[in-house]
Design a protein around this ligand. Sequence first.
Ligand SMILES: Nc1ncnc2c1ncn2[C@@H]1O[C@H](COP(=O)(O)OP(=O)(O)OP(=O)(O)O)[C@@H](O)[C@H]1O
Length: 331
Amino acid sequence: MTTTQIHAGDESVIEVTDLRRVYGGEFEAVRGVSFEVGRGELFALLGTNGAGKTSTVELLEGLDRPAGGQVRVLGHDPYTERHLVRPKVGVMLQEGGFPSELTVDETVRMWAGATSGARPGAEALEIVGLAKRGGVRVKMLSGGEKRRLDLALALLGRPEMLFLDEPTTGMDAEGRQDTWDLVRSLRDAGTTVLMTTHYLEEAESLADRLAIMHEGRIAASGTPAEVTAAEPSRISFELPQGYFVGDLPPLDAIGIVGHELTGRTVKLRTQHLQFSATRLLTWAAEQNVELRALDVRSASLEEAFLQIAREARSQDEPGRRAGDRQKEAVA
Ligand SMILES: Nc1ncnc2c1ncn2[C@@H]1O[C@H](COP(=O)(O)OP(=O)(O)OP(=O)(O)O)[C@@H](O)[C@H]1O
């Protein structure tokens, strides 16, 4: 899928049109990105390292003037009308950067002083599960706890719109799950959320819609189901004793677009999972054989992401032959 424009529902909280960002007058980190985020939606921006996610989000936060294109957040230009946008927006940056000698309580108080209509600090700490850590110096917090503190600060102003830049980096599995529950509950309460993440499972679990960036452009976009639907599903099993791959029904006739044999384990890829699996199981029943270690699954977002990244890279290398790309797709 290579959609470059993403449409939100009825009311757009974020509208990005042909956005560009250039560093040092020559390096174009964001090269014509367009998408919309609707009110109450959770939108995830994914991408390879250096794809331009942070560069894009910083423009949405009004930290720089775009080199080209347009950004509207809550109906305003976040750079020239920052004073109108900032009070309604919560931002959790990748690096919080608050003084590490202060305690958690002192940090929250300091931040609340600079936030209009701030909720009580204790309430923000309670929401993120840091209520009992108020007296601890920031430098003594674990990486995951620091991310929770970042989130508490972003929530102080009861934001309509929340920017989360890699919100669960450094958290253990439980902390990550708690943060996911929290982000979901904020979204369910009507907060619009735009997050970047390296964890594809996080995007798959949380995002209503997402975009995958590669080298400054959107390479794929849609709901997690739409993005993964374009990728082949997998069927794997152990070849029954005494059988060879050639004994299976003709693979192209049952919708298989790629196969691999490792020892006796067969891995098949198909765009028509139900059709291929039914034909294969019918064959097994007719042969009266059991397909041991049978595993049938749709593509995960991770597989879709890796494939999109591979395709994007191969398009960057026009000298590569189409056959090479096919081999990679089968692997
Ligand atoms: N201040 C800067 N000056 C020059 N180049 C920059 C600057 N900030 C980022 N870049 C470059 O712009 C590109 C996009 O960077 P950006 O941080 O937006 O990517 P990202 O998708 O957020 O990456 P990551 O997943 O690694 O955080 C990278 O090539 C990066 O090296």
